[in-house]
Write a protein of this length. Structure first.
Length: 324
């Protein structure tokens, strides 16, 4: 190689090197309190949101996943691990995950999904103007809690009380859910029984105790344990013949009586979009919190008949899908 050709080649390599460095994929930290294998549909929606902003996992973005496997006490260390990884943004896709991420950093942008009030949780200053390093998407599952109680009242007109199950390892959400349910049942003229469960075994024990009573069960929405285990929990309610209202298609498809709630998948899609926007340089404090308005209802007619219940025609018409 002639000396002039060598100098020219070195010059090209020198110029090209910064471009190669800038082309390295950005890294997203994904933090959740549940187990990955049960969140396939929601992950697909999150990635779809990223794709719409021009980011494809494995090409120009890397996603570091951290799952607490329903052990919320692991979330602080998982969040710290993502920070050590020097991720560009953290997608904290549950309230406990977002709380852990918030406690871990005030510098790295955080995109959350939550069924709770992000202002009351201290995530943002306001929905329109978040400020700080957090923004995200909210579902309607907390707001729809009283509506689930009303649905149970319609189905069990003879009942004098309704049971609500909450997850004690998610205390900030459980407290709000309990308070709202107490107000709702007073308006309905009913008594409220509060049950606690953070494992399927605890859930089954609580449901078995209800099987001897004329009590309907409402599973509190907005908790990743309940959501991730919805099919297993539905099977338990069917086994013990306890009428139950919950959220998510999987619950009704697995035999649960009725699912009614905001679309979790929609909030993951929105979180993917916001994560992509932050990767392009936008600041979380400038991105208004998005309130997902999509509501879904699924009814298992076979289970209703087995329980001797009649589904009102209005509910049948409003249902997104009826399982027979």
């Amino acid at each position: 190689m002639h000396r002039r050709e060598f100098i020219a080649l070195v010059g090209v390599a020198t110029i090209a090197w910064p471009r190669i460095a800038r082309a390295q994929p950005q890294v997203v930290g994904f933090l959740n309190g549940a187990a990955q294998e049960l969140y396939t549909k929601f992950l697909r929606e999150f990635r779809r949101g990223l794709n719409e902003m021009g980011f494809v996992e494995g090409q120009n973005v890397v996603v570091e996943y951290r799952w607490a496997e329903n052990h919320y006490e692991r979330l602080p260390e998982l969040a710290a691990d993502l920070i050590r990884r020097q991720v560009t943004v953290i997608a904290a896709t549950s309230t406990p995950a977002a709380l852990a991420a918030k406690a871990a950093t005030t510098n790295i942008p955080i995109v959350f999904t939550t069924a709770s009030d992000p202002v009351a949780l201290g995530f943002v200053a306001s929905l329109a103007h978040p400020g700080g390093n957090m923004t995200g998407a909210t579902q309607l599952n907390m707001e729809l809690g009283p509506k689930r109680l009303e649905l149970m009242r319609q189905l069990l007109s003879y009942a004098t009380s309704i049971a609500l199950v909450v997850n004690p390892t998610n205390p900030r959400v459980a407290e709000v859910q309990t308070r709202d349910a107490q107000e709702a049942v007073r308006a309905l003229g009913l008594q409220l029984e509060i049950l606690q469960a953070s494992t399927t075994a605890e859930f089954e024990k609580a449901v078995a105790a209800l099987s001897q009573k004329s009590v309907g069960l409402v599973v509190a929405g907005g908790d990743s344990f309940f959501l991730s285990e919805s099919a297993a929990l539905a099977a338990i309610t069917v086994q013990h013949s306890v009428p139950t209202v919950f959220l998510g298609r999987e619950f009704a498809a697995a035999g649960g009586l009725i699912s009614y709630g905001g679309s979790v998948a929609d909030s993951y899609h929105l979180a993917g979009i916001y994560t992509g926007r932050i990767l392009t340089g936008e600041k979380p404090g400038d991105l208004p919190v998005h309130r997902s308005s999509k509501v879904e209802m699924y009814i298992n007619l076979k289970t209703a008949k087995a329980l001797g219940l009649t589904i009102p025609p209005g509910l049948m018409i409003a249902a997104d899908e009826v399982f027979e």
